[in-house]
Ligand binder design. Structure first.
Ligand code: ACO
Length: 320
């Protein structure tokens, strides 16, 4: 048993903030940001929350897939920036779209979250526990940034992407996922202090902190390794792959991965220039763009691959 994607959707907040606009409020420049990352602008929430963005992306995916909310048996939301610890973003989406028959859960694997959600959906389909499932990657990273740390805050944006999937025994899908908690310190966010009857810790909440160079090295090593692993598992050659939809963190990481895989850069669609890094949302947002631009036809073989905090990584081979 495998799964197939029935529909995709995405949503980006209206407000666009360019590198030049950032340079007006912090010591940076369009030249510094774009030459190191490929990022020119990002969308930043003003009125949107993680829930409102997730709902807007989900409605588009359901409409695209011709699926009614009540047909869904599960909703999985990948996020590290949900609006509440509880209710979960998935339960909030359920309420807003009226998915009355769905079992809902959030999962957090940072930027690999969407691949982990696909992995979960595939396992549910295989176990006979899931038939039609809604998957969302959503982040309001602007609310957890340290806006005084120019080396990190310029890299991120807000947004949501969604797919609706169906269990389908005729499809092939292969997933590789991994975690390395031993190296988790290179990318951290929001340490939750012990603050109870006996211990008081009023130190400020720590925002996103990253050792950029270590993350860079990790990404360019792990993406080709993970992609090669699923190509082997699927018994598919690189020539057969139409697109590699990679986590959109940094153009240079994607170019390095393409070089290591010995694949032409044209097979790596990108939107990091105008979306920046939206963590768990980058892959479904880009997949939606590629799909809506008519770049995919039935039977196309594609690979999705992400890496992120934790550390975590994952790749998926699937047939459109
Ligand atoms: N504008 C101007 N100058 C800056 C900025 C900025 N926004 N940020 C840092 N600098 C300065 C630094 O202060 C430093 O100055 P110094 O030499 O006088 O001390 C200089 O630029 C170089 O800083 P580095 O951190 O060494 O810059 P580097 O070339 O490594 O680039 C970057 C930093 C772009 C973050 C790079 O390491 C990178 O791409 N890492 C990958 C990380 C990534 O993409 N993570 C995505 C999030 S994680 C995820 O998605 C899983």
């Amino acid at each position: 048993m495998a799964i197939r994607i029935l529909g995709t959707g995405s949503y980006l907040p209206e407000k666009v903030v360019t590198n030049d606009e950032l340079a007006q409020v912090m010591d940076t420049s369009d030249e510094w940001i774009s030459s190191r990352t490929g990022i020119r602008s990002r969308h930043i929430s003003i009125a949107d929350t993680s829930t409102t963005m997730a709902v807007k992306a989900a409605k588009k995916a359901l409409e695209d897939g011709g699926v009614k909310p009540e047909e869904l048996d599960h909703i999985f939301v990948a996020t590290l920036s949900g609006d509440h610890a509880t209710p979960s973003t998935s339960c909030e989406v359920q309420k807003e779209i009226g998915a009355v028959n769905a079992v809902c859960m959030d999962l957090n694997a940072a930027c690999s979250g969407f691949v982990y959600a696909l992995n979960t959906a595939m396992a549910y389909a295989k176990a006979g526990m899931g038939r039609k499932m809604l998957l969302i990657g959503v982040e309001t990273l602007s609310k957890i940034m340290d806006w005084s740390d120019r080396s990190t805050c310029v890299l991120f944006g807000d947004g949501a992407g969604s797919v609706v999937v169906e269990a389908d025994p005729s499809r092939k899908i292969y997933i590789d996922a991994g975690s390395d908690g031993m190296k988790g310190d290179v990318l951290t966010c929001e340490e939750r202090h012990l603050n109870n009857l006996l211990v008081k810790d009023d130190s400020p909440m720590q925002q996103v902190q990253m050792d950029g160079q270590e993350v860079f090295k990790f990404a360019v090593r792990i993406i080709p390794k993970s992609v090669n692993k699923i190509l082997d598992a699927a018994g598919v050659s690189k020539d057969e792959i139409k697109y590699y939809i990679l986590h959109q963190a940094n153009r240079r990481i994607i170019e390095a991965a393409a070089r290591r895989l010995k694949e032409p850069i044209e097979k790596f669609p990108m939107n990091v220039d105008h979306c920046a890094n939206t963590s768990s949302a980058t892959i479904p947002i880009l997949l939606d763009e590629v799909h809506r631009n008519g770049m995919l036809k039935a039977g196309d073989k594609i690979i999705l691959s992400g890496f992120g905090g934790g550390l975590t990584w994952g790749s998926v081979y699937l047939e459109w």
